[in-house]
Design a protein around this ligand. Structure first.
Ligand code: ADP
Ligand code: ZN
Length: 298
């Protein structure tokens, strides 16, 4: 019998809990809104308890792919905690510890984007790669991935959504909405920035709207910086905004224009369609990320 894993996709608006072992092998799932940490964590525990009584097989591990900022360092006293979120009640919440103590299983804990990156490597668009990025462009912008076969951690974890970009205020007078930086990448290019700048949700804007060229401009600036810094073998772009697939050719062209032939790889110069790509796991990336973190925890 192959091992069975638990996964928690812990989002700022909803939690998705699942049992399974990979794509096409998810045998139970529950979703509920993210309320207080006490209530939400208890709901997750109740789901796994119930599943445990239904199935004879115990869970080998639980993976938690979470919103952040969080502490992913197993040697830290606050490992498993959400750290500085503005989300009411969640600052310093011990998400992984509570799950591990109550359910008595090994727990893997990382950012939602590192989880999604690991799932894409295990089953999706980053198979066989050891240095790649996964970025999500949604309510916020987050980035994770691997360097040399290791998920990116360090001081804490990367905050790729908060890099600073050139911002031509004549071309784009929008101040940006990041509460910390105003016009960082997330402040200028996440879904809410599009909505606030144009007074319409991104999903309602027509293909010919100038929003898309501007969006590709900011994403292209960010990606060309990430390429120069990390030399990724591929970049996967997910999240609600990137479900506008017409953005991909715009972003690829912008990256080529900005790099201007300097990074001498055929992957950028000739095969960029296979270099900057959508996630292969689509809407399942989050929950599969949690299962991949569980698998990696043992
Ligand atoms: P979250 O980041 O909260 O997990 P999403 O990735 O769906 O969720 O991101 C939500 C943001 O993405 C919102 O700002 C929304 O306007 C935008 N968005 C969602 N779906 C689409 C779409 N099909 N086209 C463009 N923008 C979208
Ligand atoms: Zn910011």
């Amino acid at each position: 019998m192959s091992p069975l894993y638990g996964g928690i996709e812990a989002g700022g608006t909803k939690f998705v809990c699942a049992i399974g072992s990979g794509p096409g092998a998810i045998c139970a799932e529950a979703r509920f809104p993210t309320t207080s940490p006490e209530e939400t964590i208890q709901q997750a525990i109740a789901f796994f308890d119930e599943q445990h009584t239904l199935r004879r097989q115990p869970l080998a591990a639980i993976g938690i792919a979470s919103f952040g900022p969080l502490d992913p360092n197993p040697d830290s006293p606050t490992f498993g905690h959400i750290t500085s979120t503005p989300k009411p009640g969640w600052k310093n919440a011990d998400l992984a510890g509570e799950i591990r103590r109550t359910l008595k299983v090994p727990v893997g804990f990382d950012t939602d984007v590192n989880g999604a990156a690991l799932a894409e490597r295990r089953w999706g668009a980053a198979q066989g790669l050891d240095t790649f990025l996964y970025l999500t462009i949604g309510t916020g912008i987050g980035g994770g991935g691997m360097v040399g076969g290791q998920l990116m951690h360090g001081l804490i974890h990367p905050e790729m959504g908060h890099i600073r970009l050139p911002h031509d205020r004549q071309a784009d007078p929008f101040d940006g909405f990041c509460p910390y930086h105003g016009d960082c990448l997330e402040g200028l290019a996440a879904g809410p920035a599009i909505e606030q700048r144009w007074n319409a949700r991104a999903e309602t804007l027509p293909l010919e709207h100038p929003a898309w060229a501007l969006e590709a401009h900011y994403l292209g600036l960010a990606l060309s910086d990430f390429i120069c810094m990390l030399s990724p073998q591929r970049i996967i772009l997910g999240g609600g905004v990137m479900s506008q697939l017409h953005l991909f050719p715009l972003v690829r062209a912008k990256v080529q224009e900005l790099l201007n032939g300097y990074v001498q790889s055929p992957r950028i110069l000739e095969e960029i369609d296979a270099y900057i790509v959508p996630p292969a796991l689509g809407a399942q990336a989050g929950v599969l990320g949690a299962l991949a973190l569980a698998e990696a925890a043992i």
